[in-house]
Design a protein around this ligand. Structure first.
Ligand SMILES: C=C1C[C@]23C[C@H]1CC[C@H]2[C@@]12CCC[C@@](C)(C(=O)O1)[C@H]2[C@@H]3C(=O)O
Ligand SMILES: O=C(O)CCC(=O)C(=O)O
Ligand SMILES: [Fe+2]
Length: 368
C-alpha cells in the first residue's frame, strides 16, 4: 500500500464539488440544505451550566487539568499557548480574503475528487444526504500551487502566513502531545514512543490545515455547518474567530450538544481517533459539529496533526496489560484515512480487537 498521506483518498474519490453554491446569493434555505433531524430542535438537549475546560498553559497544574479535560471532555481550550496574537489575526484575515473571492475564482483551486488539498466541501459530505452550509480549503504540503490559482499576482503573503502558522502549530502540537501523554505517565522514554524521535519532537509528523467558512445563513436553525464527526488525527488545534458555532457532544451525541464559547486569543484542542487508539481508549476522540447563524460569517482553521506516514499507531504498552488488554489493532495515518473515507464513523470500531457494547458500531451509511 502506498504510504503517502496525500494518496489516502485515491481509492475513495468524492465528487461533491458541483454541490458548492454561491452562499451570498441565496435568500431562502434550499431543501437540500434543510436538516430535518437537527436533533436539538426536536428535543432541546443543549446542556447548560457546564462548559469545555479552559487551561492556562502557564498554570503549574496544566498537566493534571489537561488529563481531567481529556477524560471527561476530549476537548479543552488553551490560553497562554505562545502563538503570537498577530499571526492568528493575519491567518484569519488570509482566510477571509480567500473565501470572499468570487466562486468561479475559488473553483480554479478546487480539490480534485481523489485529492487532499484545495477548495471544496468537507470530505465527510459524501456520508450525508443533506448539504452543509459551509465551504472549506484544505492545505496539505505547500499551498503554492493552489494559492497561485487563487491569486495569480499576489499569493506570497498567503503562503507566508500559512507557513509561519504551521511552524507555530507543529511546536505547539508536540508540546500538547507530551502534556496529554504526561498526564497518563507516558514520557519520551516510554515503550512504544520511539516514533517521537530522540528529542521527543516528533520529526516527520504530518499535518493538514483546514480552513472552514460558514457564511451567514437565512435559516440557521434548520441548517448544519459541519455535521457531527470525530477527527482522524492524534489531536486537532482549532482557531475560531469571534463567532460561536462549534459544539461538542457530551457523552456521545445522545447526551446533548454544548456550545464552545469564544475566548479571544485562545485555541481549542480536541482528541482525534489516533490518540484514542494510542491511549487504548483512555482519552476518547470527541464527536463535534459546527452550527451556523443568521448574521455573522464564521471562520475556523483546524490544524490536523498526525504521525509520520509510516508510523504504526497502536495502544501503548504502558496503558495495556493485565486487566487492560489492547483494544485496537495497529494502523498508520494513511491507512486510517482510507478506512475513514470508506466507513466514516464505523472506522474506529473496525480497528477494535474485542468488540464490546461500548463502541459506536455504525457502519458508515448515508445519513439524513
Ligand atoms: C488529514 C485529514 C483529516 C481530514 C481528512 C484529511 C484532510 C482534511 C481533514 C478534514 C477537515 C474537516 C473535517 C474532516 C472530518 C474532513 O472532512 O476533512 C477532516 C478529516 C478527518 O479528520 O478525518
Ligand atoms: O468549524 C469548527 O468549529 C469545526 C471544524 C472542524 O471540526 C474541523 O475542521 O475538523
Ligand atoms: Fe473536526
Amino acid at each position: 500500500m502506498p504510504s503517502r498521506l496525500s494518496d489516502a483518498f485515491k481509492d475513495h474519490p468524492v465528487y461533491a464539488h458541483c454541490k458548492i453554491i454561491d452562499f451570498g446569493s441565496v435568500k431562502e434555505l434550499p431543501d437540500s440544505y434543510v436538516w430535518a433531524a437537527r436533533d436539538d430542535e426536536a428535543t432541546p438537549r443543549i446542556i447548560t451550566g457546564s462548559s469545555v475546560p479552559v487551561v492556562d498553559l502557564r498554570d503549574p497544574n496544566a498537566v493534571t487539568l489537561i488529563g481531567l479535560a481529556c477524560k471527561e471532555w476530549g476537548m479543552f481550550q488553551i490560553t497562554n499557548h505562545g502563538v503570537p496574537k498577530d499571526l492568528m489575526v493575519e491567518l484569519e484575515r488570509a482566510g477571509r480574503g480567500l473565501f470572499s473571492l468570487p466562486l468561479q475564482q475559488k473553483m480554479k483551486a478546487a480539490r480534485k475528487p481523489d485529492g487532499i488539498s484545495g477548495y471544496g466541501v468537507a470530505r465527510i459530505s459524501s456520508f450525508f444526504r443533506k448539504r452543509m452550509w459551509s465551504e472549506g480549503f484544505t492545505i496539505f504540503g505547500s499551498p503554492l500551487e493552489h494559492a497561485r490559482q487563487l491569486w495569480p499576482h499576489d499569493h506570497t503573503r498567503f503562503c507566508d502566513v500559512i507557513g509561519r502558522y504551521e511552524e507555530e502549530m507543529k511546536l505547539l502540537a508536540g508540546k500538547l502531545m507530551w502534556l496529554m501523554l504526561g498526564s497518563l505517565g507516558i514520557s519520551p522514554n516510554s515503550e512504544g514512543m520511539g516514533w517521537a524521535g530522540p528529542n521527543g519532537d516528533f520529526p516527520g509528523a504530518s499535518h493538514a490545515l483546514q480552513m472552514n467558512s460558514y457564511p451567514a445563513c437565512p435559516e440557521p436553525d434548520r441548517a448544519m455547518g459541519m455535521a457531527a464527526h470525530t477527527d482522524s488525527t492524534l489531536l486537532t488545534i482549532l482557531l475560531q474567530n469571534n463567532t460561536i458555532g462549534l459544539q461538542v457532544a457530551k457523552e456521545g451525541s445522545a447526551g446533548g450538544w454544548i456550545t464552545v464559547p469564544t475566548i479571544p486569543g485562545s485555541l481549542i484542542v480536541n482528541i482525534g481517533d489516533l490518540l484514542h487508539v494510542l491511549t487504548n481508549g483512555t482519552y476518547p476522540s470527541v464527536v463535534h459539529r459546527a452550527v451556523v447563524n443568521r448574521v455573522e460569517h464564521r471562520l475556523s482553521v483546524a490544524y490536523l496533526y498526525g504521525p509520520q506516514s509510516r508510523t504504526r499507531i497502536s495502544p501503548l504498552p504502558g496503558l495495556t496489560g493485565g486487566d487492560r488488554p489492547a483494544l485496537y489493532g495497529a494502523v498508520t495515518w494513511r491507512e486510517y484515512l482510507g478506512m475513514k473515507a470508506e466507513h466514516f464513523d464505523g472506522a474506529l470500531s473496525m480497528l477494535r480487537l474485542r468488540r464490546g457494547a461500548s463502541e459506536n458500531d455504525n457502519a458508515g451509511g448515508i445519513r439524513e
